[in-house]
Design a protein around this ligand. Structure first.
Ligand SMILES: Nc1ncnc2c1ncn2[C@@H]1O[C@H](COP(=O)(O)OP(=O)(O)OP(=O)(O)O)[C@@H](O)[C@H]1O
Ligand SMILES: [Mg+2]
Length: 556
């Protein structure tokens, strides 16, 4: 692997990289940085947690002169949390060079963003909706942009940002460098690339197994109604440093977070119906370790990089294999090891096998942790806490008098056991009832779809997403359900129906029909509930007929 000094970077950027503790470049960085530094357009694909942010970030900041006063670089991300995180990483990389960067995302006070823009940042990192909002208000001009990055491009398109991205890209001078990073290369990404990238170089570091090799993957077959018990036993047994628990819907996440709190875990929930302030607060608490279990919808599946996440638990299986890869990729990052567990209800076994096939990775079956294992795990933690304090020494003096007295009267094993029992906490656990979710099921699946060939595992829907089919068949699948759910709040369900049927008519359509639908059928109760859109309604194009709604508007 190359050291960063070998890329001919300026000293101030090198200094920042050293400060970040990066010693050698990762494979995607080694390949992408020289190409990007030479100014070429680029399409990058690499496993989760392998440093794609710096792969585009380093060349991007290298190009910008310190005295620049205009917006010359724009990075787009699918979620707000990711915009914030990428802005932080860019901030760290430009620390010594002294560039200004700003995150622009929905849900944050626009006045505050406008004040930030007055400081003349050179680099903007934002979600497409809010970016367009600023463009329409003329608070952001893209006339001088020389570098564009689309991070998690496939996810942005999945979330319905295609038109927004196209509108934005059309406003950027043609003389520019465009870099696109995507987990997959479905047809719509390819079209986007064709339309907006010039002779892009493909940089792909994707080994045989798509998921990161450092993640130990296991599953537990467990009936829906026993899942919560399984979760608390698993957490007790494994005692993660930090864990992310993924739930299928917003309601699920709320119930899980509340249930875990009732049982005394330090947990909190993250999903798209929370205010941005709440979302920020939860992420802050998770990053600084004041909570150790983050319960989240797929809003946290992509790109999030929190060091110390040792466990990812799929409380509910994800919609599709690709989402599985991204979810578990929140652990096992930057060369560290991680563990991923998935709960699979008996009726979801097919779906699990589908995930195994597409990811080309066997997921090990493990038994439900027993009560004894859970208790043992808890006791181990208590013992560790005790020992840490013993090794710490000093501060115990004021307890020693009473300890000696007690030991004179009682058996030492008896005493220590009692102390440990107190420390471990009450084992009488609160009863937690969750609203049951329908199982996710894999129906039928087309032959060659796989993440690495760039096709969505659910059958190339990317190519059809802007289709205008007219069928009403049930194979139409998830978009159809999703749209029904949202019909009352944005757009008409019938117009969107055309879109979904286009998907269903795909050669391998029907596969997505059942399992996508499950998630979204629950969306109706959540749709519109206090969410804050990433965009102003006025920026919505009038012809919404072929436009999928954003994922955030639904159930994550
Ligand atoms: N060369 C390096 N050496 C050590 N650590 C690195 C290096 N490059 C990046 N990292 C760290 O690795 C972690 C993962 O990086 P990053 O978030 O960019 O991954 P990613 O490839 O974008 O993952 P994802 O697909 O999940 O978005 C970050 O904490 C980052 O600081
Ligand atoms: Mg990333």
């Amino acid at each position: 692997m190359k050291t960063f000094a070998e890329f001919g970077l300026e000293p101030k950027v090198l200094q920042a990289i050293t400060e970040l503790g990066f010693e050698e470049s990762t494979p995607i960085q080694e390949q992408a940085i020289p190409i990007a530094m030479a100014g070429s357009d680029l399409i990058g694909q690499a496993q989760t947690g392998t440093g794609k942010t710096a792969a585009f970030g380093i060349p991007l900041i290298s190009k910008i002169p310190r005295e620049e006063e205009k917006i010359v670089a724009l990075i787009m991300t699918p979620t707000r949390e990711l915009a914030i995180q990428v802005a932080e990483e860019i901030g760290k990389l430009t620390r010594f060079k002294g560039l200004r960067s700003l995150a622009i995302y929905g849900g944050q006070d626009i006045g505050r963003q406008i004040r930030g823009l007055k400081k003349k940042p050179q680099i903007i990192i934002g979600t497409p909706g809010r970016l367009l909002d600023h463009i329409n208000r003329k608070t952001i001009r893209l006339d001088d942009v020389q570098t564009i990055v689309l991070d998690e491009a496939d996810e942005m398109l999945d979330m319905g940002f295609m038109e927004d991205i196209q509108s934005i890209l059309k406003l950027v001078p043609e003389e520019r460098q465009t870099m696109l990073f995507s987990a997959t290369m479905p047809p719509n990404i390819q079209r986007l690339a064709q339309q907006f990238l010039k002779n892009p170089q493909h940089v792909s570091v994707i080994p045989k197994q798509i998921s990161a090799p450092l993640i130990d993957q296991a599953y537990i077959e467990v009936p829906e109604r026993q899942k919560f018990e399984a979760l608390s036993r698993l957490i007790d047994m494994e005692s993660p440093d930090l864990a992310i628990v993924f739930g299928r819907t917003k309601r699920r996440v709320d119930e899980l977070a509340e249930g875990l709190q009732k049982r005394g875990y330090s947990a909190d929930g993250l999903h798209g119906d929370l205010s941005q302030n709440q979302r920020d607060a939860v992420m802050r608490k998770f990053r600084d370790g004041s909570i150790d279990v983050l319960v989240a919808t797929d809003v946290a599946a992509r790109g999030l990089d929190v060091s110390g996440v040792t466990h990812v638990i799929n409380f509910d299986l994800p919609q599709d294999p690709e989402s599985y890869v991204h979810r578990i990729g929140r652990t096992g990052r930057a060369g560290k090891e991680g563990t991923a567990w998935s709960f699979v209800t008996p009726r979801e076994m097919d779906h699990l096998h589908l995930i195994e096939r597409v990811t080309r990775h066997r997921i090990t079956r493990k038994p439900l942790p027993t009560m004894a294992e859970a208790i043992e795990g808890k006791q181990r933690i208590t013992a560790e806490r005790l020992l840490a304090m013993v090794e710490d020494g000093g501060e115990l003096n004021e307890y020693k008098g009473i300890a000696i007295q007690l030991l004179e009267q009682y058996d030492s094993v008896q005493l220590l056991s009692a102390a440990m029992k107190l420390l471990t906490g009450d084992t009488k656990d609160a009863q937690i009832e969750l609203t049951p979710e329908d199982p996710i099921r894999a129906k039928r699946r087309g032959g060659k779809n796989d993440i690495r060939s760039g096709r969505k595992p659910n059958g190339g829907y990317g190519g059809n997403r802007t289709g205008s089919g007219t069928g009403t068949g049930t194979g139409g699948g998830y978009r159809g359900n999703r749209d029904n759910a949202s019909g009352g709040t944005s757009g008409s369900s019938s117009s969107r129906g055309g879109y979904s049927s286009g998907y269903g008519s795909n050669s391998s359509g029907g596969y997505g029909g059942g399992y996508k639908g499950n998630r979204d059928s629950g969306a109706s109760r959540d749709a519109g509930a206090g969410r804050s859109s990433d965009r102003k309604p006025s920026t919505r194009p009038s012809s919404t007929s072929t436009r999928p709604a954003k994922r955030e508007d639904y159930d994550i």
